[in-house]
Design a protein around this ligand. Sequence first.
Ligand SMILES: Nc1ccn([C@@H]2O[C@H](COP(=O)(O)OP(=O)(O)OP(=O)(O)O)[C@@H](O)[C@H]2O)c(=O)n1
Ligand SMILES: C[C@](O)(CO)[C@H](O)COP(=O)(O)O
Length: 247
Amino acid sequence: MTNSLASKPPARYIALIPAAGVGARMGATSPKQYLQLGGKPMLRHTLDAFVSSPLISHTYVVVSADDPIIDSIIPAQGVTVLRHGGASRMDSVRNGLLALHGILHEDDWVLVHDAARPGLDAELIERLIVETGEHPAGGLLALPVVDTVKRCVADEVATVARDGLWLAQTPQMFRYHLLYRALDAATDPSMITDDASAVEALGLAPKLVEGHPRNLKVTLPADILIAEMYLAAYAPQVQPASHTQPN
Ligand SMILES: Nc1ccn([C@@H]2O[C@H](COP(=O)(O)OP(=O)(O)OP(=O)(O)O)[C@@H](O)[C@H]2O)c(=O)n1
Ligand SMILES: C[C@](O)(CO)[C@H](O)COP(=O)(O)O
């Protein structure tokens, strides 16, 4: 009898970038993932981060079927385009996973990362992978809430207790078989605004790993200046001896 453990390939870390949005809240004339930021298209920052990470075996980017820009901005190696964008972020991720059926191994780790988060770097990728470890429910970068939170419904305002509240970032990483099953079981895409919520709907608890404000999602016009500032501050560059990186 073949020892199934011996025949199992070692699990890889694979990046999957949903990049088929239109950027309606940005109000730009082109999809925000292609806006110039820090000297290159926003999406290219994310692709370069994953290609530069020694932990990532390959990167897949999910774009709209008729995306006219992607082929002109992807790096020469390490990235494959999947023209399977869907009507929602969840649909784009699910379509991407479906397209990789038979290509990825069941136990491969899939790191799903928004194209709209250009501040990701190899250090944050490593932090997520190391701190998530083999956690069966996966993990995600997130930031603890530091402001008071209000809920306002029909002019009724109430304070939401913030202890234990976190703001989810990406990447969010899960074994391929788990994320595939979780998104396949999801019935209402409007309730699944991140990948972890689909896994939670199965009754599992992904691990929260502290991210960084530089990993913000560029959603509104005001986010561009903030993203540019962080990209300038954290860009990999040769520093004069006296320069100190911000904490
Ligand atoms: N149908 C969609 C919608 C979103 N995304 C991706 O999901 C990420 C996070 O979504 P968001 O920030 O909401 O981007 P948009 O949907 O483009 O923005 P908006 O909601 O303002 O239109 C982005 O990288 C976006 O490209 C996607 O792949 N497919
Ligand atoms: C996945 C996400 O970035 C986690 O905070 C967020 O849910 C994406 O939301 P969006 O409305 O699709 O930008």
